[in-house]
Design a protein around this ligand. Structure first.
Ligand code: IPE
Ligand code: IPE
Ligand code: MG
Length: 247
């Protein structure tokens, strides 16, 4: 309505100052995308990977600083072996193409235990982190073999070791200490978590970091989650009232 011209404008455009500091993406719905087309699930993962690249570029274009993606969870290992192997091959392809990250000046950091991966994948992950470590315009956190509970348990283990070695005492273990031992140490908490595909859950994604996140759910499947869909999510986010327990 013209009378609310200003308000409409605010609602329809991304306002750079109101961009979330950290957006988390749960890339779900690849399998259903393929099934709808009568294709094997692996085709869905291929399309999902293409879309991931598109969304990363868009995030950079609009000036997001920290983005995270749920790529493969600690629970996803129960899937059929051929599906897991197809996902690992897509990961290999992506890691082979580090030039894309270099040209986008994007830092890549992997969240999760890398030790379980085949040597070639683990080495490529470490190399990619090294090759992009200097970039500070945008950081992309890739949660692979990642689980939120696993991450918190790991943090507890690290702190317990420090107590055992006499470096700290139990009283030193506060929220800041736990936070500093997470894979995401040094990065802001998630402000906005986006989950396509119609599921209304976190599925163990950044559960500590999402304590005060805003949630955006859509029925659109991940391979169809376009830059326009992300724009809608960001516009929705900027209209939310966050109180963090205050009034
Ligand atoms: C997300 O898509 C990708 C991974 C979990 C690796 P899904 O494979 O879970 O797709 P749906 O949920 O079966 O449609
Ligand atoms: C969450 O999706 C994991 C990733 C997107 C990598 P899932 O498809 O594994 O989640 P559930 O099983 O539906 O909760
Ligand atoms: Mg799924």
């Amino acid at each position: 309505m013209a009378i609310f011209g200003k308000k409409d404008e605010k609602e329809e455009k991304i306002i750079p100052e109101l961009l979330p500091k950290h957006v988390g993406f749960i890339m779900d719905g690849n399998g259903r995308w393929a099934k709808k087309r009568g294709l094997p699930r692996t085709f869905g993962h291929l399309e999902g990977a293409k879309n991931f690249r598109k969304i990363v570029r868009y995030c950079k274009d609009i000036g997001l600083k920290t983005i995270s993606f749920y790529v493969f969870s600690t629970e996803n290992w129960v899937r059929p072996a051929d599906e897991i192997s197809a996902i690992m091959d897509l990961l290999r392809d992506y890691l082979d193409d580090v030039s894309e990250l270099l040209s986008e000046k994007t830092r890549a950091v992997f969240l999760g235990d890398k030790s379980v991966f085949p040597d070639d994948i683990r080495e490529k992950m470490i190399q990619t982190e090294k090759d992009t470590a200097e970039y500070d315009e945008m950081t992309m956190l890739l949660a692979i073999n990642y689980g939120g509970r696993d991450e918190i348990a790991r943090s507890a283990r690290i702190l317990a070791e420090r107590v055992k070695n006499g470096e700290i005492s139990p009283e030193d273990i506060d929220e800041k200490a736990v936070d500093s031992c997470l894979y995401t140490a040094g990065y802001p908490d998630v402000d906005l978590v986006i989950r396509p595909s119609g599921e209304l859950r976190l599925s163990n994604f950044l559960i500590w970091q999402c304590a005060y996140a805003e949630y955006y759910f859509t029925d659109v499947l991940w391979p169809d989650f376009s830059p326009r869909e992300l724009e809608k999510a960001l516009i929705d986010f900027q209209g939310r009232q966050r109180r963090f327990g205050g009034v």
